[in-house]
Write a protein that binds this ligand. Structure first.
Ligand code: ZN
Length: 295
């Protein structure tokens, strides 16, 4: 198939001009390794004008969008593709209102679709951070006047995050998870999900990391007001300012999705050309449960 790798919105508009163009693309992604009837398992099919496939054995007709996260998108595939394009290629993502206005979609409908996209952006957990990894926590939201440190509750959302460093000490990849407190039990999932067992992990001296050090290679050093974790703190600053400027209010249940969106773009910033196609692949192959989880 002709994979769309462009970063330019005009080229996107030229390549995808109609719902049919998008259906063609979806069909190529969906049946990349051949057709298999969803009812009979038969492999022979007729391709219809709208790129649906009709099984030669049982006559079941399946549209390219069926069983994917594009299924039943109310405003059509063309707008959905363009929203995906913008969410992957703009540095800071898009606001619901911007997308809604640009494509003439109602804000509620836009919001749901963008959450579906974020769900598709969620890490598979198949590529844990390795090499040199730094871990820390931060808080967002609530009143800035709430006292600093790890002791407060209140309205702030707590996040644990991890970065993998490049040889030059810059951020290579980033993952974040919302946590309910800073206990070892809450901190552990980011290790289990996103950090390789043999990664060389560094944290500050917070006691919550000590129990985890039994299973991971963790060195604890003083933070020195963040000086020992410069790249990580720059990343944290960027996430916080992205959230603060892009979303004036982020509800707790959706918060992990925003973190997924952030990681998805940042972790692919070196491989930009594949990012849109990667997302379409995830939208096609994601489990439908996602949609049920959303509503
Ligand atoms: Zn069949």
């Amino acid at each position: 198939m002709d994979i769309f790798k462009r970063q330019n919105i005009v080229e996107c508009a030229v390549r995808f001009q109609s719902d049919l163009d998008c259906k063609k693309y979806l069909s190529e992604v969906k049946w990349a390794s051949g057709y298999n009837c969803r009812k009979s398992g038969h492999q022979g099919s007729q391709i219809r004008k709208d790129f649906s496939r009709t099984c030669n054995k049982c006559s079941d007709t399946e549209s390219p969008g069926a069983g994917t996260l594009f299924h039943k998108v109310k405003f059509g595939l063309l707008k959905a593709f363009h929203t995906c394009f913008e969410m992957t290629t703009t540095t800071k993502g898009m606001l619901v209102l911007q997308v809604g206005r640009r494509y003439g979609i109602r804000p509620d409908t836009t919001r749901v679709f963008m959450h579906i996209v974020r769900e598709a952006m969620k890490s598979s957990g198949n590529y844990p951070l390795d090499g040199e990894v730094h871990v820390d926590e931060f808080v967002v939201g609530g009143k800035e006047s709430e006292r600093p440190g790890r002791s407060y509750g209140g309205k702030k959302k707590k996040v644990v995050c991890a970065i993998q460093l490049t040889k030059e000490g810059k951020v290579k990849r980033f993952y974040g998870l919302q946590i309910k407190d800073f206990s070892a039990k809450s901190l552990r999932p980011i290790f289990e999900r996103h950090i390789a067992k043999d990664a060389k992990v560094t944290t500050d001296e917070w006691k919550g990391y000590r129990p985890i050090a039994k299973d991971f290679y963790i060195t604890q050093i003083p933070s020195e007001f963040g000086l020992n974790f410069k790249a990580l703190h720059t990343a944290i600053h960027q996430v916080k300012s992205w959230i603060r400027t892009t979303f004036s209010w982020v509800s707790k249940p959706h918060f992990d999705r925003y973190l997924s969106e952030y990681s998805f773009r940042l972790n692919r910033s070196q491989i930009k050309p594949g990012i849109f196609h990667n997302l379409i692949g995830r939208m096609v192959n994601s489990d439908k449960i996602y949609i049920n989880n959303l509503v």
